[in-house]
Design a protein around this ligand. Structure first.
Ligand code: F3S
Length: 647
C-alpha cells in the first residue's frame, strides 16, 4: 500500500504565526493565557499547557495577565476589553481574518457566509459598524439579502476563511445574478482552499483518507466532508488512534491519503504517516510471510504428494533427486520401474526432471523417498483404460514368468497375462516368453487394486482373424504357397498356408501312388502347395502338392499311344481288376475281363502286386487321364500269331 500526504496540509500561515507568538509570550512570561484554545487541536494545546499557556474562558479570567488573542480573531469590544484588563495583549489574529474585520468595519451592511457560532464569524460580526448577519444555507442567505435588497442597502458579503470553496463559488454565482445590493468579497483563505483542493484531488485517487486534526476544528471537519465524498474517510486526532483494523480488507494496492487541517501540527502528520507506514509494512510483511509460508507449505512434503524431481545422481540401486526443498530425495530402483531387468541408468539420466510420488518423509534427517513407478502406473492406468475402451492392442515386454502366467511391462505398468492367455501351449514353457516383446489385449482392469490382466491370445487371435479375412478376400485357385505340415491324417495332411490350414489329400501329395501320407511327409516339413479349390463359407481349402510341370500324364501322352504293348508292374489289385504302373505316376487299369483269355474269378490267383505284365493300351481317356490296359489282348494276339504260324 502507498501512503501519500496531501500537497497542502497541516498548519497554515495564520496558525503558525499564532503559535509562534504564543510560544514567545510564554517564554517571556512563563505563564500566559489564551482566550479560548489557541487552536482546535488538543495535542497542540496540551503541549502549550506544558509550556505555561493556560486557557481563559473570558477576558476577565485573564485580567492582569498576558493574554493572547487567537488566530480566529475576536470582536472589537473584546479587543478593547483585553487591552484594558490584561497586562499585555498579543493579537495573534490571522492577517486574513483581520482583513475581513476591516471590510466589516467599512460597510454599513454585512452578511457573513459561514457558521454564525464559530469564533471567527462571531469576531467578524463584532467588527461590523451597522447591520450584520451570518448564515451558511442558501435559503437563509436569500432571506437576509431579500431584506437588504428591499431596503436598497448596499451589503458587503464576506465568507468565513475556512468555508468550502466550491460551495462559495456556487453561492456567489447565484447571489451575483439575483441581488444587485450584494458586494461579494472572496475572503476564503487560500490556505484553506489549497488544503481542500489537495484533499479532494488525493481523495479521488485514494482508497482510504486519513483526515488528521482536532475534533472541533472546523477546517479539518470540512476536509473530512470533502474526502468522504470520494472514498472511505477516517477522522483522527493523532497516530494513537490508528490500528491495523483501519486497513482491514483493503486491497494491497490501495493508496492511503493523509490530509490535515490548518490547525494540525506537522509532527502529528508525521507521526500518523509513520504509524501508518508501520501498519502497512507489517501487514505486507505478514502477507508476504503468509505467502512464503503458504509457498513453503505447498512445498511441504508428505506421503502421497506428487512432486517434480530433478535427477542429480545415478547410483547402482537408486536415483538421487532434488525437490526444491531442504530434503534429499531417493528413488529406489524398484520404485523407478516395474521392469526387474532394468538398471537405474536405463530409466533416468542426470538432469531429467521427472514426476514422482512421495512414499516416505524423514524431516529430521532431511530425507525423502519417492516412487516414479507409481506415477507411471497412474498414467499408464489411464492409457490402459482408454486402450481397453477403444479395444486397442498394446505392446509390452515380458519381464517375468510368475505362478500362473507372465508379467508384461507396458508404459511402466505391470500387466498380468494368465498362462491360458499367453498363447504358450500347455506343454510349453512360460519362461520362453521372458524378454520378448508381445502384443496383448487388456481383458480386465481393477483400478482399486491397480491390477491389469491381459491376453496375448486375444491379440494373436485378432491378428489372425484379420489375416484370415484378408486371406479369403485374396485367395485364388492355382495360388502357390509354401506351408508347414501341421498334422498328418489317414486321408491326407493339413498344411499351414498363412492364417489357415489347407488339406492336401493323400492322392494330391505326389504324382506317385502313396499308401499312407506318413510314408512321404512328417509334421513340420515344408511343402509347396497349390490351391485346387476353396470354400469361404466352410473355411476349407483343398491343396495339391503335385507340381504341374512334372505331371507324368504329359510324359505318358508324349511317349505312348493306343495300341502300344507295354510292360507294366501290378501295383494294386481290386475286385474289378488290377492297376499296373506304366511309368511313375501313370497307372493303367486292367479290368478283370482283360486279365486273361479265360474267365477270371479270383484276380489274386492270377496276378500279384509287383508282378510285371505285358499289356496292350486299349484306351486313353485324355479327359479323365485314364488308361485302360489289356493282358488278354496281348494273349489273344500271341494266340493269333501262333495260329497263323501253324497254318
Ligand atoms: Fe489564517 Fe487562513 Fe490560517 S485565515 S489562520 S491562514 S486558515
Amino acid at each position: 500500500m502507498l501512503i501519500e500526504i496531501a500537497k497542502h496540509s497541516g498548519f497554515c500561515f495564520g496558525v503558525e504565526r499564532a503559535l509562534k507568538l504564543t510560544e514567545q509570550a510564554a517564554d517571556k512570561y512563563g505563564e500566559i493565557f489564551t482566550l479560548g484554545p489557541l487552536i482546535h487541536n488538543k495535542i497542540v494545546t496540551d503541549e502549550l499547557e506544558r509550556r505555561g499557556v493556560k486557557i481563559a474562558q473570558s477576558i476577565q479570567q485573564a485580567a492582569g495577565q498576558p493574554l493572547v488573542l487567537r488566530s480566529h480573531g475576536v470582536t472589537l469590544e473584546e479587543e478593547r476589553l483585553a487591552g484594558e484588563l490584561c497586562s499585555e495583549v498579543f493579537d495573534a489574529a490571522c492577517p486574513f481574518v483581520k482583513r475581513i474585520h476591516e471590510i466589516a468595519a467599512a460597510n454599513d451592511s454585512l452578511v457573513v457566509i459561514g457558521d454564525k457560532n464559530h469564533p471567527e464569524v462571531i469576531g467578524i460580526l463584532g467588527h461590523a459598524k451597522g447591520f450584520a448577519a451570518a448564515c451558511e444555507q442558501l435559503d437563509e442567505l436569500f432571506a437576509v439579502l431579500d431584506r437588504c435588497e428591499a431596503s436598497y442597502r448596499k451589503t458587503a458579503l464576506v465568507v468565513q476563511t475556512t468555508f468550502d470553496r466550491s460551495r462559495f463559488t456556487e453561492y456567489s454565482r447565484i447571489i451575483g445574478e439575483k441581488y444587485r445590493c450584494a458586494e461579494i468579497y472572496d475572503t476564503i483563505c487560500n490556505a484553506t482552499s489549497q488544503r481542500q483542493e489537495s484533499a479532494r484531488e488525493l481523495a479521488k485517487r485514494a482508497g482510504l483518507m486519513l483526515v488528521v486534526g482536532g475534533r472541533h476544528s472546523s477546517n479539518t471537519g470540512k476536509l473530512a466532508d470533502i474526502c468522504s465524498g470520494f472514498c472511505r474517510t477516517v477522522f483522527i486526532e493523532s497516530a494513537a488512534e490508528l490500528s491495523p483494523q483501519i486497513v482491514k480488507n483493503l486491497p494491497s494496492d490501495t493508496l492511503i491519503g493523509i490530509t490535515a487541517g490548518a490547525s494540525t501540527p506537522a509532527h502529528t502528520i508525521k507521526e500518523v504517516h509513520l504509524k501508518m507506514s508501520e501498519i502497512t509494512t507489517n501487514i505486507e510483511n505478514e502477507e508476504s510471510f503468509a505467502a512464503l509460508f503458504e509457498q513453503s507449505e505447498s512445498k511441504k512434503l508428505y506421503t502421497g504428494a506428487r512432486v517434480k524431481a530433478t535427477v542429480v545422481d545415478i547410483k547402482p540401486n537408486e536415483a538421487v533427486v532434488e525437490l526444491g526443498t531442504k530434503h534429499t530425495g531417493y528413488i529406489p530402483l524398484e520404485e523407478l520401474t516395474g521392469d526387474p531387468n532394468a538398471a537405474v541408468g536405463d530409466v533416468v539420466a542426470v538432469g531429467d526432471v521427472i514426476e514422482a510420488i512421495v512414499t516416505k518423509v524423514d524431516d529430521s534427517q532431511g530425507m525423502v523417498w519417492l516412487s516414479k513407478k507409481k506415477v507411471d502406473a497412474a498414467q499408464s492406468m489411464e492409457k490402459i483404460s482408454a486402450s481397453k475402451e477403444a479395444n486397442e492392442t498394446l505392446e509390452g515386454v515380458v519381464v517375468q514368468a510368475v505362478k500362473g502366467g507372465v508379467i508384461v511391462v507396458c508404459n511402466g505398468m505391470r500387466v498380468f497375462i494368465p498362462a491360458s492367455q499367453s498363447g504358450v501351449p500347455k506343454e510349453g514353457k512360460l519362461e520362453d516368453l521372458v524378454k520378448k516383446t508381445v502384443k496383448f489385449k487388456v481383458i480386465e482392469i481393477n483400478e482399486l487394486r491397480n491390477r491389469v490382466v491381459g491376453s496375448i491370445r486375444q491379440a494373436v487371435r485378432e491378428v489372425r482373424d484379420e489375416a484370415r479375412a484378408k486371406f479369403w478376400e485374396t485367395i485364388e485357385v492355382g495360388q502357390k504357397f509354401v506351408g508347414e505340415v501341421r498334422s498328418i491324417q489317414d486321408y491326407g495332411v493339413f498344411v499351414e498356408i498363412g492364417p489357415i490350414d489347407g488339406l492336401v489329400r493323400t492322392s494330391e501329395l505326389t504324382w506317385n501312388r502313396v499308401g499312407h501320407p506318413k510314408d512321404i511327409v512328417k509334421e513340420g516339413d515344408k511343402l509347396t502347395v497349390i490351391v485346387k479349390s476353396f470354400d469361404p463359407e466352410k473355411k476349407r481349402v483343398s491343396l495339391s502338392a503335385k507340381d504341374p510341370d512334372e505331371n507324368p500324364w504329359n510324359k505318358f501322352i508324349e511317349e505312348y499311344q493306343k495300341g502300344d504293348v507295354i510292360k507294366a508292374t501290378i501295383v494294386s489289385i481290386t475286385e474289378f481288376g488290377a492297376f499296373a504302373q506304366i511309368i511313375p505316376g501313370v497307372d493303367g487299369l486292367i479290368h478283370i475281363s482283360q486279365i486273361s483269355t479265360e474267365r477270371v474269378n479270383n484276380i489274386a490267383s492270377v496276378l500279384s502286386v509287383g508282378q510285371e505284365v505285358e499289356a496292350k493300351i486299349i484306351d486313353i481317356d485324355t479327359e479323365k487321364n485314364r488308361v485302360s490296359l489289356s493282358i488278354r489282348a496281348v494273349l489273344e494276339a500271341e494266340q493269333s500269331d501262333e495260329d497263323s504260324a501253324e497254318e
